[in-house]
Design a protein around this ligand. Structure first.
Ligand code: SAM
Length: 260
């Protein structure tokens, strides 16, 4: 009897040991998964947000449609430049997004799209199929402030609605200057700061500043033309426009061409 009781307790202890090992094992897996998710939380949310951002920018079609005539006029200057140098242009689209502007580029353009967000690649390829004037497109991941290109590689650079989102405007324009060939063209389209303090738009732009990070890091109060001049560009042809289809506080835009 004594032996039976001992055996019973010994077996029970062994079973309990096995069960506690089992619990430990499950808890280990649970905490390991938790740890991995915690470790990857930033890249995962970044990845998802970047995808949504790309989808939204592509859906909104930027300003390419709302100011068609002004776009045509400014890209006409690029066409004239192409004729002057008598060669097909290699154009860098900085912060290209979906490269919505392909429609306007001169015939036989070789395009390089630079953007930190690679989720735009699919949309760029779709646009490529639509617009035959662009004969070649490279998609490069990178930042305006530190471009992965050799100096004097491009005939023209196109910057649309990007100088409002870059971290460092001065550095970005220095980089544009570096990668352009001498005489190369900077084509720009940008919403800019209102200067008249009596306007509601002026107040709204300043009120927006603390929330800039939430809205794609868009800074509404930058004086882009001044920055372009300070960067050393000359022969600036530009016009201010106020497209009605855009948000009231982002309505003052400038479109133009400058020369290195
Ligand atoms: C408002 S979107 C404009 C897209 C496009 N240029 C257009 O006009 O439709 C701003 C773009 O700049 C890109 N971007 C953000 N920070 C950047 C940086 N530091 N350098 C280059 N591009 C950047 C974003 O990923 C996005 O594609």
């Amino acid at each position: 009897m004594q032996i039976r009781v001992r055996l019973y307790f010994e077996r029970k202890m062994v079973m309990e040991d096995v069960e506690s090992v089992h619990y430990l094992y499950e808890a280990g897996i649970f905490f390991a998964i938790l740890g991995i998710v915690w470790y990857l939380r930033r890249p995962l949310s970044f990845h998802v947000l970047q995808r949504i951002y790309a989808w939204n920018i592509n859906r909104s079609k930027s300003y390419s449609n709302v100011i068609w005539e002004e776009n045509v006029r400014v890209f006409q200057l690029l066409n004239e430049y192409k004729q002057t140098i008598n060669k097909n242009l290699t154009i860098l689209d900085v912060g290209s997004g979906p490269a919505e502007y392909m429609a306007f580029f001169p015939d036989k353009t070789k395009l390089v799209c630079l953007d930190p967000n690679l989720h735009f690649a699919g949309y760029i390829k779709e646009n490529m199929k639509k617009y035959e004037n662009v004969v070649e497109t490279d998609i490069v991941q990178g930042y305006a402030e530190n471009m992965p290109f050799e100096s004097e590689r491009f005939d023209a650079a196109f910057l649309s609605l990007v100088l409002c989102v870059v971290e460092d405007v001065r550095k970005s324009l220095e980089e544009v200057m570096r990668v352009l060939k001498p005489g190369g063209k900077l084509v720009f389209l940008q919403h800019v700061t209102f200067e008249d303090k009596r306007l509601l738009a002026y107040v709204l732009q300043r009120a927006w500043v603390p929330f800039a990070r939430m809205f794609y890091g868009c800074h509404a109060t930058r004086d882009t033309v001044k920055s372009i001049r300070n960067a050393g560009f000359s022969d600036i042809h530009m016009q201010y426009i106020y497209p009605k289809a855009t948000a009231y506080s982002l309505r003052k835009c400038v479109i133009g061409v400058a020369t290195k």
